[in-house]
Ligand binder design. Structure first.
Ligand code: CO
Length: 218
């Protein structure tokens, strides 16, 4: 079993380095956070929000769960969204899926994994909704990749229809929702849905994102 002692050593080294570069760094951060971005991503250890987009502590508010899902009855995610939009006033909400997602793979392969199957039912629902789009794709890897993309488009749509985003747009608050997929094999982020900045745009962008997928090879 590995020890957690090394984590404490890493932590001391890191905090010492931060203070060496900027003596008031932690004092300033402790007083307030002013992130401009909310990241909703997968719990996968290979997709660390801050690192991928080069942001420091205090610069991105993060919510992660298995499969980067935005479920309207999930109080945890909805609370993060509300706090980020209403209190922190983030300007961009990023829904970030990733290729090679274990949750997506489990759904595609109909694997039995116990309790988590209940959570992954939300992903299964996305797969059922888009069965026609997925059934035509021969390879399992390609089908899983397409489900990653479709899932992000669906979660962007779910996010645009949350009470928090609807109210924010009604008030005239400027906040944009983005749908991205991260590639584990090349470290690159790709857009799968155009930025949505109000509720009227949502239907149009949703349809466009889906039709753009249709013409792209899987
Ligand atoms: Co994942």
């Amino acid at each position: 079993m590995c020890s957690i002692e090394s984590l404490f050593q890493n932590n001391i080294a890191w905090s010492t380095r931060c203070v060496a570069q900027d003596p008031a760094y932690f004092e300033r951060l402790a007083r307030q956070q002013t992130p401009r971005y909310l990241w909703i991503g997968c719990s996968d250890s290979r997709v660390p929000a801050n690192e991928i987009v080069g942001l420091r502590p205090g610069e991105v508010f993060v919510h992660r769960n298995v499969g980067n899902l935005v479920v309207h009855s999930d109080l945890n995610c909805q609370t993060a969204v509300q706090y980020a939009v209403e209190v922190l006033k983030v300007e961009h909400v990023l829904v970030v899926g990733h290729y090679g997602c274990g949750g997506v793979r489990a759904v595609i392969e109909r694997r039995r994994i116990g309790l988590a199957e209940n959570w992954l039912r939300h992903l299964e629902d996305v797969a059922r909704k888009h069965a026609q789009r997925l059934d035509g794709i021969a390879g399992v890897d390609e089908r899983a990749a397409r489900l990653c993309e479709l899932n992000v488009i669906e979660q962007v749509s779910n996010l645009c229809r949350t009470t928090t985003l609807r109210r924010a747009w009604e008030r005239g608050q400027k906040v944009e929702v983005h749908g991205l997929v991260y590639g584990l094999e090349d470290g690159r982020l790709r857009r799968v849905a155009a930025a949505v900045g109000n509720e009227e745009m949502h239907d149009m962008e949703y349809a466009e994102a889906l039709s753009a997928l249709a013409v792209r090879p899987a």
